[in-house]
Design a protein around this ligand. Structure first.
Ligand code: PFF
Length: 447
C-alpha cells in the first residue's frame, strides 16, 4: 500500500495546482448556488456573512486540509489514519462518502445546464415566465434528465481516468482562462441593463441587521462558503497530496480563495441585474433550486438575438465551471480506492461512476430529494468536515501542522496566526455554524 502511495503523481507546477484547485472551487456553487441562496433572502447580510466566514474560518480550514494532505501524501480515506492512527478512520470515511453524495446530484444539475445551453443555442429562449417554467419542468424530469446526468458523469470520468497531469491539470489549464474571460465579459454586459443599479443595490446594499440573526441566512452563508470553496470534504487534502514540499500552503490557499470569492461576487453582478431588470424576483424565490434555470433564460428571452448569445455564453460558462469541479469530486473517491485496494485508476473511475449514476437517480427524478441531498451532503456534512479537520490539525496532530507550515517557509507571524485560528477560533465558530445549520435544517423538515 505504501509503495502505491509513494508513487503519487505531482502537479507540473504551482500554477497547475492553483488552476485545478480554483477549478474545483469555482463551479455551479458560484452561479447556481449563489443565486439560489442569495434569493432566499438575507440580501447584503448574507453576502457579508459569507465573505466573513471565508476570511475568518475557511482560510484556516483550507490550510489545515492542505497540510493534512501534503503531510500524509495519501488520499483522504487514509490520510487521517496515517497521521494519527486507526481511531481517525471515520474521518477518512466521511471524506470518502461526502464527495460521493455531492457528485451524485452535481451531475444532475450539470445535465440541466447542458440542456439549457443546447436549447438556447438551437431552439431559442422562452418568451415568458410560464414558458420558462414549463421548460425547466421538462429538463428536470423524465428521460432527458437521466441522459444529462449520465453524459456529465461519463465526461467527468474520461477526464479523471487520464490522471492528474494529463487529465485534470490539462483541462483546468485550458478551461479556467476561458471561464474568466466569459465571466468578465458578462459582468461588463450586465452593467448596460436598465436594472443594473437596482440589482447591485439588492445584492450588496440592502442591509437588514435582523438577517444576521436569521438561522436560514446563517446556514446559507456557511453552506455557501464551504460548498463554494470545496472545503470540508477532503478535496484539498487530495489535491495537496500531489504537491511538492516546497509549495507555500497559506499563499496557495489565499490565491484560490480569492479567485473563488471574486467569481462568486462577479456572478452576483451578472444574475442580480438580470433578475431586477426583468422583474423576476418572485419567480426566483419561489423556485429555489431552479432559480437560475428559470430566471436567466426568461430575462434574456426578452432581449432578442443578443440575449440568446448571452444565454449561450452564460450556460457554457456554467458548464465549464461545473466540469472542473466535478472532476475534483470524482478524484477524491477514485484516489482513495487506488490507495486502499491498489486498483488501477481506470477501474476505480468506472466503478465509482457506475455507483454515482445509480445513486443520483432519485435526485434526478425528484427535485425535493435533490434539495434534501444537497442540504445534507452539500451543507451540514461539509461544515462538520471543516470542524473536524481544524480540530484534527490544531489539536490532534499540531506537530504535523507545524511541520507543514515550516516547510512552507511562512513567516513567524503568519505561522502564529494560523495556529491560533486553527486551534481557538475556527473550531468554535464552525461548531456554532454547524449547530445553527442542523437546527435550521430540521426546522425546515418539520414545517
Ligand atoms: N465548489 C464547487 C462549486 O462551487 O460548484 C462544488 C464543489 C466541488 C463542492 C467540490 C464541494 C466539493 F468538494
Amino acid at each position: 500500500m505504501d509503495s502505491k502511495i509513494s508513487q503519487r503523481e505531482q502537479w507540473t507546477s504551482k500554477l497547475g495546482f492553483i488552476l485545478a484547485a480554483a477549478g474545483s472551487a469555482v463551479g455551479l456553487g458560484n452561479l447556481w448556488g449563489f443565486a439560489y441562496r442569495a434569493s432566499q433572502g438575507g440580501g447584503a447580510a448574507f453576502v457579508l456573512l459569507y465573505v466573513l466566514i471565508v476570511l475568518i474560518v475557511c482560510l484556516p480550514v483550507f490550510v489545515a486540509e492542505m497540510a493534512l494532505g501534503r503531510n500524509a501524501m495519501a488520499s483522504t480515506l487514509l490520510a487521517p489514519v496515517k497521521l494519527a492512527g486507526k481511531n481517525w478512520y471515520p474521518l477518512g470515511i466521511l471524506f470518502f462518502i461526502a464527495p460521493l453524495g455531492i457528485a451524485s446530484y452535481y451531475s444532475v444539475i450539470m445535465g440541466w445546464t447542458a440542456d439549457t445551453l443546447f436549447h438556447s443555442l438551437f431552439f431559442g429562449l422562452p418568451k415568458n415566465l410560464t414558458e420558462a417554467e414549463t421548460f425547466f419542468g421538462s429538463i428536470s424530469s423524465g428521460s432527458s434528465v437521466l441522459l444529462g446526468h449520465l453524459l456529465s458523469l461519463v465526461l467527468t470520468a474520461i477526464i479523471v481516468s487520464s490522471g492528474i497531469k494529463k487529465g485534470i491539470e490539462k483541462v483546468t489549464r485550458y478551461f479556467m482562462p476561458i471561464l474568466f474571460i466569459i465571466i468578465v465579459i458578462l459582468a461588463i454586459w450586465a452593467t448596460s441593463l436598465s436594472g443594473a443599479w437596482e440589482g447591485y443595490k439588492t445584492f450588496l446594499l440592502k442591509f437588514d441587521f435582523n438577517e444576521l440573526r436569521n438561522p436560514q441566512t446563517i446556514r446559507n452563508a456557511f453552506t455557501q462558503a464551504f460548498f463554494s470553496l470545496s472545503l470540508g470534504i477532503g478535496i484539498m487534502v487530495t489535491y495537496a497530496s500531489y504537491l511538492n514540499k516546497k509549495s507555500n500552503l497559506p499563499k496557495l490557499s489565499v490565491g484560490v480563495a480569492s479567485l473563488d470569492t471574486l467569481v462568486g461576487l462577479m456572478a452576483g453582478f451578472i444574475t442580480f441585474p438580470i433578475v431586477l431588470t426583468f422583474g423576476l424576483s418572485d419567480a426566483i424565490s419561489e423556485s429555489t433550486v431552479g432559480a437560475l434555470f428559470i430566471s436567466i433564460p426568461t430575462g434574456l428571452g426578452s432581449y432578442g438575438a443578443a440575449g440568446r448569445i448571452v444565454a449561450v455564453a452564460f450556460f457554457a460558462l456554467a458548464y465549464i465551471a461545473a466540469i472542473t469541479s466535478s472532476v475534483s469530486l470524482l478524484e477524491v473517491p477514485v484516489s482513495s480506492l487506488m490507495d486502499k485496494f491498489g486498483f488501477k485508476r481506470e477501474k476505480s473511475v468506472w466503478l465509482i461512476t457506475l455507483f454515482l449514476f445509480l445513486a443520483g437517480i432519485p435526485s434526478a427524478l425528484n427535485l425535493n430529494i435533490l434539495g434534501t441531498v444537497d442540504s445534507i451532503f452539500g451543507g451540514v456534512l461539509l461544515i462538520f468536515g471543516g470542524f473536524l479537520v481544524t480540530f484534527f490539525m490544531g489539536w490532534v496532530v499540531p506537530g504535523k501542522f507545524n511541520e507543514e507550515l515550516n516547510d512552507s517557509k511562512v513567516g513567524i507571524k503568519t505561522t502564529r496566526y494560523l495556529k491560533f485560528m486553527t486551534r481557538w477560533i475556527a473550531p468554535p465558530i464552525i461548531g456554532f455554524g454547524l449547530f445553527i445549520s442542523v437546527f435550521d435544517l430540521m426546522k425546515s423538515w418539520v414545517s
